[in-house]
Design a protein around this ligand. Sequence first.
Ligand SMILES: Cc1ncc(COP(=O)(O)O)c(C=O)c1O
Length: 402
Amino acid sequence: MIDTMLQASAVDEEKTASSGILPTYKRAPMRFVRGAGVELFDESGKAYLDFSSGIAVNAFGYGDAGIRETIESVLSTGLVHVSNLYRTRAGEDLANFLVETSFASSVFFCNSGAEANEGAFKFARRWGRAVGTGAKTGIVALRGSFHGRLFASLAATDRPSYRAPFRPLAGGITICERDPTELDVALDPESVTAVIVEPVQGEGGVRVIDADLLAYLRRVTEERGIALIFDEIQCGLGRLGTFHAYEHFGVTPDMVTMAKPLAGGLPMGAILVAKHIADTIKPGDHGTTFGGGPLVAAVADHVVRRIADPAFLARIRENGDWLAGQLADIARKSGRVRGIRGLGYMWGIDVVEPASDVVARGWEAGLLVITAGEHTLRLLPPLVISKAELQRGLSLLEKILS
Ligand SMILES: Cc1ncc(COP(=O)(O)O)c(C=O)c1O
């Protein structure tokens, strides 16, 4: 009897510790109750300067008036969802804006980053079947990539510990070195329909892909009739100081996948699709109940128009250049830093100790930074952060790295 009671209380304790949520994440100990500007506040009222933006989502920080007003105005119409069986103005306005400001002829809306990549793989296969023999189905991803946690996006993700427990993954997807000699062999036009690249690899350690490698990939994929997909889910939509990441590198792909900041914190993904691929897609080829509903689409329309403002983007480029110098200074003085990498408002700092130890010191100091692998810290400040707030974050960073 006592044994049973003890067991029951152990189970209760375990339940409380995990808050009933399946423990797929190691969560930080504090609970956030409020956000304002670029700060979050926990239950005790302690403020945390946010250099992580909910993993590159909260481009406008917290409590943004424009996002709130947009949500309120949609709610006042009563249309949160109508399904993709019917037309709505918000989705069409957003799609038109994204088409007018890119290479794409059309856009597919979905609900997350992984979903966007899975959709892009399907579109690439549909197109591959239309232009090649039935064998043109292969998808090539790069060493160090992260494309999501669903079966095909996981197969394109180069993280053995994420993959191994879930084999067999989706077939026909291979990982290749970031090297032209190896890519030359991997990109067989008979069997490969697409190559997917994050122009700046985020989870894989904030690695900026060499512009020459991206240009090489564009040339070879064009010559061989292979689709080039850029996964800009983390590095796109202003983070590098250009609206799309591909603009920074001067290389135009055939599809771009987007998500994270797109709908101001509401879940949304999108795929920009070039005409030659879009022309092979017909009703029934793909679908989603929620994708591009009136609420998320209206918020995304608001978000993308603000990010696309040239003055907004110029400020990120300017502050990003300044950040590069400041971070290099911190690295030189610290003794705990091996190197820095990044662009705009997306930076990786290689540290000697486990990066999670530095992250925990950040919580104590009131600074939120995240990791990108065992020994890399990742900085993803909100795009609206002011220079004074960046400076304050850098001072805290210097403190936790000293
Ligand atoms: C580059 C990249 N692709 C895909 C994903 C997956 O996005 P989601 O978590 O919304 O499925 C992420 C998420 O971190 C990402 O950074």
